[in-house]
Design a protein around this ligand. Sequence first.
Ligand code: HXC
Length: 518
Amino acid sequence: MSHTPIQELKRREDLAELGGGAERIQKQHQAGKLTARERVELLLDSGSFVETDKFVTHRCTDFGMENQKFYGDGVVTGYGLINGRKVCVFSQDFTVFGGSLSGAHASKICKLMDLALKTGTPVIGLNDSGGARIQEGVESLGGYAEIFWRNVQASGVIPQISLILGPCAGGAVYSPAITDFIAMVEGSSYMFVTGPDVIKTVTHEEVTKEDLGGADTHAEKSGVCQLVYPDERAMFEGARRLVDFLPLNNLDVAPRRKCSDPSDRLCNRISEVLPDVPSKPYDIRGIIEDVVDDGDFLEVHKAYAANIVVGFARMNGQTVGIVANQPAHLAGCLDIAASTKGARFVRYCDAFNIPIITFVDVPGFLPGTSQEYGGIIRHGAKLLYAYAEATVPKLTIITRKAYGGAYDVMSSKHIRADVNLAYPNAEIAVMGPDGAINILYRKEIADATKAGNLDEARAKLVNHYKETFANPYKAAELGYLDEVLEPKFTRQRLIQALDLLSGKRERGPSRKHGNIPL
Ligand code: HXC
């Protein structure tokens, strides 16, 4: 019986939607994983997905591959909506050759990325792939490189988000690595350049795939992944939330949400959060949440370098990037990990027109040989470079300490922050009182030690130093601060400043690109 053209289309569509077949779909479900199409449905607004290249097949004739063809060739591509805003999506289908990347599979992703770049649309990649399709050899490697090249062209032009939903080995990790955000699922997503078996052969090191490249490893140790979710559904919710904060492209502004939180609301909790004793730790998130709209703060990179906090929030409905030293961890010191984490986030915000609010409470850079040998000079310079380079509105509030080079680095007036505020308890100086008096008054301290009245002498010297330097007024006298502000007015003042700065126009000098210390 012959089919009508419409029936023939339907038949082929059904075949394409079956991916690698019912048996493999069942295997995928048994592994606790959703299929490529189920994932797209959950990520996008219901019914909004428009599929492209549904009937593409591979062209390989080696290893009997000419007899094994599946419509779509292991990746579902297309576009749709997230809360009514357009996104392009590709979703690798593990049921077809393990989601491995063939030339045709790569071409589909490349075509989608070209479309996204042309139309100023974010790309979300759902990665579940055994890497390069072994049967295709160099064609597959070439396909990866074509994707990498497009990732770089799209960087800073459209947001690129990678959701890791299965194994990602070899080439499958480098495309996500170039994108802006990587999210992983606990217990089912893995990323490594070489897997446990290869490592055992080469280095005799034994490691499980979870320890090597699981979500926790990349969230806490390597810093490769910025967001972790307990399961796939939570990941799609999370990705939708992230997209809501972002503009569609670098010529767009982030969507402004209706805001019911009054712009002049007093932040009465800040004074409760800030301890009376300058050396006592506190959680900076208590201040951030008191300041931003409805206390809604999307922290990214949470488990990595906890001494700096970064994430997105809104102020009077407008997306802002938050960067904050975290006194509850390593006293908020800047170290290698915190500097690179902060720098990458600042550059993201700058690329996508997102104003940056910086909360400063930093006793300095973390001292020690491990930091120096690890290159804190080079890595710390990244954060300095990123702030100095950023031309988006930059607003800074010193909540307590701003010491040494870290004062300069953390969005100071000198590297062109637009608005610099400090609370009345702020301490701004080259170093803390105890360290400073040891250097300034070496002789007096030696004399006091001999005379047996060291404690009394030190207290006097520390007091004198504090009165002179450990307050915000020296900086205010010099105009390095625009205002010494009562904490309760923080929200109100930041929103006033953001309104003013909405007209900010600033461009760096014309050049090919700067040379950020990598
Ligand atoms: C072709 C592949 C494949 C691949 C998996 N499959 N990986 N086919 N090329 N790279 C196929 C399997 O043959 C199998 O087919 C199906 O996918 C499911 O795979 P399983 O092994 O049964 O699944 P699982 O046990 O869950 O293991 C998943 C896996 C494993 C961990 C991903 O398959 C694996 O180690 N694959 C190879 C990974 C790898 O080394 N890739 C190359 C990396 S090098 P059937 O028909 O049996 O269902 C690389 C270079 C690029 O990517 C560099 C660019 C810079």
